[in-house]
Ligand binder design. Structure first.
Ligand code: GN1
Ligand code: MG
Length: 370
């Protein structure tokens, strides 16, 4: 008989190099891809244990390598802090007793372990400007502190992850194979994808032409991947699975997509989904305060389009998964992915309605900064 989940988790946890005894295991349910558990121990040092989804990530060793390298680089910038303070500001990966930063269980599944950052808060939606501003500083700092790290040392874990042209090809394939029923239900969103596609490839073209540089980017900067302390000051960026070479617009955009959405990305009532320009302003301010010296004028000019493009990519990916039959993201009901796609396209609509104001704001904030 195989191990039950708790036994499995305990045996995996004990393969890592620590001297702690499990007292409680709790599953985090918010991620769409991996399985993540909070491990409490008798020693009061708590951990996060993660089983990495090897259907989504086909080179898990390289993924873990990327994360560990970037964490070590970030930690080296915090040499003035005590170990305990450092562990609150950067994800710290623990090796196994054999020395690797991942463990492979008897079913060949890969796991990694980090310290849990206690007394921290995360948000799925934002309800004040302070969080938006602090989020901007946190994600901006992530890029500025890795600007002296050679991005080519990182493996591109999911090739073309934010490449619109590639995502559109996957969408076309999905459309060809989709059931008539799903095609019909998704018709309005399919038309939206097609109507916007010319504008949405602009950034990818600038990247392909070498006009916008590759940096070390996080690529999953939704606001729930930022931790704050009890005074709502930014603490730490988490979930570095997709850290790889990318353009700054990916990280700017994905944070805006979640910070400025007045509802969660799973919200079905679209009247609750609107783009909050005040939070855009606060986030941009924090982001540029950390990054102003590193970005080119062209990178700054295209930040607003970056926001729109990432919202579009996410809508497109949810829609593609819906048409494919829900094989990628975890879903809890039949039209979950379609609802997520509708949510993102509603957000774009609200963004477009306020585009002039967004552009004006962007110009005035970046002028002060340059
Ligand atoms: C996935 O698993 P999670 O929630 O960290 C996805 C991101 C999406 C996000 C949408 C590897 O991240 O790209 O932005 O869902 N990660 C991957 O919430 O595809
Ligand atoms: Mg993620």
């Amino acid at each position: 008989m195989g191990l039950n989940t708790n036994e499995l988790i305990t045996s995996v946890f004990n393969a890592f190099n620590h001297n702690c005894t499990i007292t409680e295991i709790q599953e985090f349910s918010s991620g769409h891809i991996n399985d993540t558990y909070l491990i409490r121990t008798a020693e009061q040092q708590h951990f996060v244990l993660q089983r990495i989804n090897d259907e989504v990530f086909d080179n898990v060793q390289a993924l873990v390598n990327n994360k560990v390298k970037v964490s070590k680089h970030l930690a080296s910038k915090l040499f003035r802090l005590t170990a305990e303070e450092k562990y609150r500001r950067v994800l710290t990966f623990l090796p196994t007793k054999m020395g690797a930063y991942y463990y492979q269980d008897s079913e060949s599944k890969f796991w990694n372990l980090t310290y849990y950052i206690s007394k921290s808060i995360s948000y799925d939606t934002v309800s004040n400007k302070e969080i938006a501003y602090e989020g901007g500083k946190l994600f901006g700092k992530f890029i500025s502190q890795t600007s002296d790290f050679d991005a080519s040392e990182l493996v591109e874990i999911i090739p073309g992850f934010h490449d619109v042209k590639r995502r559109l090809l996957q969408f076309e394939q999905a459309k060809r194979k989709a059931s008539a029923d799903r095609l019909k239900k998704a018709n309005t969103q399919i038309l939206r994808v097609e109507a916007l596609q010319e504008e949405m490839v602009i950034l990818q073209c600038l990247k392909d032409e070498g006009k916008i540089p590759n940096r070390v980017t996080h690529n999953d900067t939704k606001i729930s991947n930022a931790l704050f302390d009890s005074n709502n000051k930014g603490l730490c960026v988490i979930d570095t699975d997709t850290v790889m070479p990318g353009i700054v617009h990916n990280d700017f955009g994905d944070a805006i997509r979640t910070i400025c959405n007045t509802a969660e990305e799973d919200q079905k009532d679209l009247s609750l989904v609107n783009f909050n320009v005040k939070y855009y302003e606060a986030y941009l301010k924090g982001f540029l305060e950390e990054l102003q010296d590193s970005l080119s004028a062209l990178e700054i000019e295209f930040l607003p389009l970056g926001a729109k493009t990432i919202i579009y990519i996410m809508g497109l990916r949810f829609l593609t998964d819906y048409l494919t039959g829900d094989v990628y993201y975890k879903t809890t009901y039949d039209e979950h992915n379609l609802d997520r796609a509708k949510n993102q396209f509603k957000l774009i609509e609200s963004f477009e309605e306020q585009y002039e104001e967004i552009l004006k704001l962007s110009k005035s904030i970046s002028k002060v900064k340059q």
